[in-house]
Design a protein around this ligand. Sequence first.
Ligand code: DMJ
Length: 590
Amino acid sequence: MAIFTRPKSTRYIFAAVAAVVVISTLYSLQVLDGSRLSNFNPWLESPTSPTLPTLPAPEWDERAVQVKEAFLHAYNSYLEHAEGYDELLPLSKAGVNNFNAWNVTMVDSLDTMLLMGLHDEFAAALPIVHRGDYRKVQHNRYASSAPFFETAIRYLGGLLSAYALSGEKILIDKADYLATLLEPVFNTAKGFPVFAINPTTNDTIGGSTGVFAEVASCQLEWTYLAHATSSKKHFDVGYNVVESLGDAMTSRKGGMFPTYWDVAIGQPRGDALTVGAAADSAHEYLLKQYLLTGKEDIASLQMYLLMTNEVLTRLMYITPTRQMVYVTDVNGVNYWPSHHFEHLSCFFPGLLALGAHTLPLDLSVLDPTQLSTEAQRQYRVLSQYDLRDLHLAAADALATSCYLLYADQPSGLGPETVGMDLKSTPWIDALEEWRERGKGGVMPGLGRNASTPVPYTKSEYDKAPSEPWDYVVRRAEYFLRPETIESIYIMHKVTGDPIWRERGWEIFQALERETRSFAGYTSLSSVMQSPAPKQDEQPSYFLAETLKYLYLLFSNKDPVPLDQWVFNTEAHPLPVFKWTEWEKHKFNIP
Ligand code: DMJ
């Protein structure tokens, strides 16, 4: 693929040399173990947590044990009431098949068990997973087909990660078999997957329109699978997706990719831009593919930088009263914002922090002469900043807003979507003013106001719905989602600041109080009440992601360091690797 600069062969040589230099420099600066970043934040009003008592390590480990107990309650309730089904209906105490009827909760939970040291549960699950028949799909909400994206991130990601953590051959054999069954979805002009497949008949299903998250969130799974199985066929699947994204980016000349795609021709369609619903994980995989391949896949890095340039300059806003920073969706023609802020977008601060932790983060890997006028403008604006510090500051401000959406609510849990104050202004404008003033004082969005909860009361809210919160709740449900906890976990790993653990602990207590049921945990139909009204569902990602990130946040052990493991979008960690010379030869990697 030809994104902007060097031809492929020199790109890879450059990448290899650069990676060695960068990694050794980072180690010498102690960046990769996070210690240089500890308590980093030159632009905060005051140190983030001056008065927080830091709990002794054993007390954090005890909190991790409480999360493990929560996992056991969720998993054992699933086994008791829903074994053989995909997910638990916690109020009905029954099972439901939402994803192919292949025991999605069990497969999605395998690596969480391993990380929590639940070896008996893992050993008991293994033969059941082994017997899973991926050729048969029971009639479910997707008719008799396996939805490609969900099957790839939950089942395939779950099998691969559990294999990487345990070395159990059964798991890689199952992963290989499942991936092979899914692969007819990639028979499109540019190798992007269609929506679903019936693995009994091999018929693929889906119109020509796909959403970005579903067409470009499989690179990690297929790339690691290719490495683990030495399969060129699997390698080509992941590589084609990266190449075709690169081709599309070459035509776009910078910026983000839009949400809707014509899968048949492999081109973006329309101009809706968001990092939220329908687009989230594809943005995540741009950075993570680069990291998983031992920083060899430079094209993915370039696309990550072009994407973040646009998000930082066009999609991030700051509210007028509390100075809450948020990321919204815009129309890519005139960048008109909706001012919606979604729970799903709360993975994004964690992604920015991960990039700041692992990348050199400068724009020299791009060639501005090959960018569109708008992308050149973004490049010029951001060239005025230390990009790494800026990404980390954006991550801090955004993750804090995501936390506040929880802390403000009577339930202590965050709503699905809020509408931010329409008088909000672009964050970059506030930053530019601050920069022109000589960067004196607090960076916009990092002040004390922007990190202090304003507890909601119904009477005040009824009087003036958006004051003093700077937002109104548009969708009040909480679906046991992980994104805010995911970002809190990464912020803690990257900065070492104990405030992130404290925020995570508040959220865990709210989960226990509001969502724990006799059988498992429930979604909520409104976070704006306590006790919150419960909904009859326990999604598998609650065990795969929410509880895993909470456990890793509190545990003093770090079995999956961020520079050695890459989490897929369902929180399944895959190990970073480098292509061997033999693989390069076999796979025709330039
Ligand atoms: C998960 O299945 C994945 O994290 C996905 O990328 C987004 N949605 C859910 C959790 O909210």
